[in-house]
Write a protein that binds this ligand. Sequence first.
Ligand SMILES: Cc1cc2nc3c(=O)[nH]c(=O)nc-3n(C[C@H](O)[C@H](O)[C@H](O)COP(=O)(O)OP(=O)(O)OC[C@H]3O[C@@H](n4cnc5c(N)ncnc54)[C@H](O)[C@@H]3O)c2cc1C
Length: 392
Amino acid sequence: MNLALSTADMAFRDEVRQFLDEHLTDELRQGQRRTTAMYPEPEISGPWQKILHRRGWLVPLWPTEWGGTGWTALQRFIFETECALAGAPLVHPMGVRLLGPVLLRFGTQAQKHEHLPRILSGEDYWCQGFSEPGAGSDLAALSLRARKDGQDYVLDGSKIWTTHAHHANRMFALVRTSDDGKRQQGISFLLIDMGTPGITVRPIRTIGGDHDVNEVHFDSVRVPQSNRVGEENAGWECAKYLLEFERGAGIFSPRLRAQLIKVAQALKAGAAHADAHLMRSFGEVCADLDTFEWLEMRTMASLAPGERPGPAASVLKLRASRLKQAIGALGVEALGLDAVRWREEPASPRAEAAQEGLPSLLVPEYCNSRAFTIFGGAQEIQLGLIARQLLD
Ligand SMILES: Cc1cc2nc3c(=O)[nH]c(=O)nc-3n(C[C@H](O)[C@H](O)[C@H](O)COP(=O)(O)OP(=O)(O)OC[C@H]3O[C@@H](n4cnc5c(N)ncnc54)[C@H](O)[C@@H]3O)c2cc1C
């Protein structure tokens, strides 16, 4: 694979840089910088999404007739790299990266016309209702019941770990519509208005101190049957397809590199005890990140707009989440004793002066990075999937 930039690619990179110079405000940059949870708050990601949408650069993986950019894999990579290095906010992925491809593949024309434009404009903010208290890795055990009544389903049960449910006005969810046959054959994929009576959202605080995830309870919640995507009891197909995009359609390495640069800043600021062990760890993580970048590029290069990531999704998810944790651990180690003062407000004067408040960023980021080998399918599950692919 030849990664040398052609004249056209360099011109594209310059165009992206100019766009970022013109549109990425300090407020948006600061908002992303201060985000230690998985995703920035909607006040940060929303305005950036609108800016990208206006420019036609929001959904590179969608077909062009629905707003896709038609970029090559290398252009996508250039774009993501420039955005990460400039500190641009992450766009909330639930609509654009997860639900969008499912609707494009399984949705009716009416569903596409109703939902895709509202995903693009940011009018709808989606959350993902898959996991339940008794169904995480074993997702097919889900039991949130959807019983038919007239033109509606009536939903009773709970979802858990629902990221940004407290912000979302819509949820895509897996619900149980039958107990017959294999467990996977009794699941349907529904689109739910979060304003429907009977839905209660309760916060869960994570170890980094953030409110990112929630419990969501359903008590006789009516959802029109026309909100089902795909056939009744065929939701498992939608779910598997969506999970491939959740695990393998992002470009992670530029954001990981930006995080590593923050760690390098902490080392450079001098507060760190840059001993031989730490420097060796730093070198190992750098080499790991380089190889991951190549792996990711190679996978992206084989992924044309409208295509699915396939089995490589599990490899990318596993490598990216482990790297995220390794970089986080390195950051905490680099901070030394200052790491334990991260909750002080303001941070200790020495730490503040030397590292521009880095403890208050690096430590919660490290804590929250524990979740990366859990959500979207835990690392043991990814290892199982990879092993099965190799043995098949
Ligand atoms: C921060 C965060 C955000 C999340 N956001 C969402 C969201 O928006 N929407 C949503 O639906 N879900 C979300 N999740 C839930 C996530 O998908 C689940 O936590 C995950 O699938 C694991 O399920 P569980 O928590 O029930 O753990 P369990 O399934 O109980 O697993 C516990 C441990 O056992 C291991 N294990 C389980 N089964 C096996 C096996 N067969 N072989 C080997 N090891 C196994 C797991 O790897 C794990 O280490 C989120 C989770 C987190 C932490």
